[in-house]
Design a protein around this ligand. Structure first.
Ligand code: AMP
Ligand code: MG
Length: 394
């Protein structure tokens, strides 16, 4: 059995080769950019008015004659002389001769003449060419996570396709004779199968869409055969259940037969002690304990970083935050605990139903409080580390 720190160290030092694909920018939300992006054009590419108003050649005079109009999208060349003004609108081309735009709120107009009531500095309200970015300049670096702002920015530069890191294809394999599909009343001794949809939803939230679900009964033959099929599909395989030490737990043996090499098995933690992690060539396998809260905790702490690394993230763990625990807590287990909890304004409450079979309070948790194995007593208001469950969604 290894400690949580040792397990996380193995996750951190696992090398994963990433794959790149070209996508339309509208399909790139949440992906990591796999190339530096250079601006193909200046932005703005012409001198633009930042205001609705009047373009002039700046002087200390207040009265100007309005001679022409320039609205957004107009391309015509306008000649302007001293003491002349061009009626202009936001986003329109500023005539080459003009150097200043007067806001229309600072002007009184009489027929074809304007009188400026508040003269700005020379150059005001004109966006110079390349004010935001210059053509050729690197404007987004490889490794940037693409959010809506980045995608809008790329669209403004006229860029339509970009290279991003691929997200992995994931196989989810659930094991257990007791598992029943939905739609019929529960049979005696059965439970509704819930881990596959839970893991699928977690994968969706973190941007993974290519998922295939497999099921196996608790026999060595079925487990071995289904693992093989699941490995044929996915870059990463998540198995639920069958990894403990019971007489009907065949996952470990079946992984061995399928030549998946163990990287670790069993962590001194609660929940999720029997977690198994291994590798076959470039494929990674997690065998998660079947208890739903164990499976989900192991997903957040160990699986997600591997998925994120594969997808090009350099910051691949869920964010850790510090908070004050609002009641005393004892840890007599000698294990590292991940506790379902709710954190608000720096104050964190440990929720009831901490058992690994229970999801009722996981459903309203927004953090997992981590209590290291060596800590036995926490007083109310002591600082604890919380794993934020809100981060990283798409
Ligand atoms: P196991 O890890 O196979 O020993 O399963 C531990 C507990 O988790 C048992 O009570 C199982 O019935 C339950 N369990 C296993 N797989 C699932 C699943 N896919 N959905 C819901 N509960 C499960
Ligand atoms: Mg089982």
């Amino acid at each position: 059995m290894i400690s949580v720190q040792q397990a996380l160290h193995i996750i951190d030092s696992t090398m994963i080769s990433q794959h790149i694909k070209k996508v339309k920018i509208s399909k790139s939300l949440g992906f990591i950019l796999a190339e530096d992006i250079s601006a193909p054009i200046n932005m703005p590419s012409f001198r633009q008015s930042a205001m609705d108003g009047y373009a002039i050649i700046w002087s200390d005079k207040t009265d100007y004659k309005v001679t022409e109009e320039s609205k957004a999208g107009d391309a015509k060349q306008i000649t302007l002389h001293p003491l002349e003004a061009v009626r202009i609108f936001t986003g329109a081309k500023v005539p080459d001769d003009a150097d200043t735009v007067i806001m229309q709120e600072h002007v009184t107009k009489k027929e074809n003449t304007i009188s400026i009531t508040k003269m700005p500095k020379q150059g005001a309200n004109v966006r110079p060419i390349g004010e935001q970015v210059n053509a050729g300049e690197v404007v987004l670096k490889k490794g940037t996570r693409l959010n809506e702002a980045a995608i809008g920015f790329l669209a403004g530069l006229g860029i339509t396709k970009i290279a991003v890191y691929k997200t992995p294809k994931v196989s989810v394999l659930v094991t257990g004779n007791e598992l029943q599909q939905h739609g019929k009343p529960l049979k005696e001794g059965a439970i509704y199968e819930s881990n596959s949809v839970m893991l699928e939803m977690a994968l969706h939230r973190f941007g993974i869409k290519k998922i295939k679900t497999f099921k196996a009964k608790d026999t060595l033959k079925a487990t071995k055969k289904t693992i093989k099929k699941a490995l044929d599909y996915g870059d990463i395989l998540l198995i639920s259940g069958g990894i403990s030490v019971g007489d009907y737990d065949f996952v470990k043996e079946a992984l061995d037969i399928n030549n998946v090499d163990e990287l670790f098995y069993k962590i001194n933690q609660k929940p999720g002690k029997p977690l198994w992690f291994g590798k076959k060539d470039q494929q990674f396998v997690f065998a998660l304990p079947g208890n739903p809260a164990s499976a989900l905790t192991c997903f957040y702490v160990y699986v997600l970083p591997i998925l994120k690394k594969y997808s090009g993230f350099s910051d691949y763990h869920l964010p850790r935050i510090e908070a004050n625990i609002n009641s005393a807590f004892k840890n007599t287990s000698g294990k590292t605990l991940f506790l379902k909890a709710y954190c608000k304004d720096g104050d964190v409450s440990i929720l009831p139903s901490q058992q690994s079979s229970m999801l009722n309070t996981f459903a309203t948790s927004n953090v997992l409080v981590t209590i290291p194995e060596a800590i036995e007593n926490l007083e109310s208001q002591d600082k604890v580390t919380c794993i934020s469950l809100d981060g990283y969604g798409n």
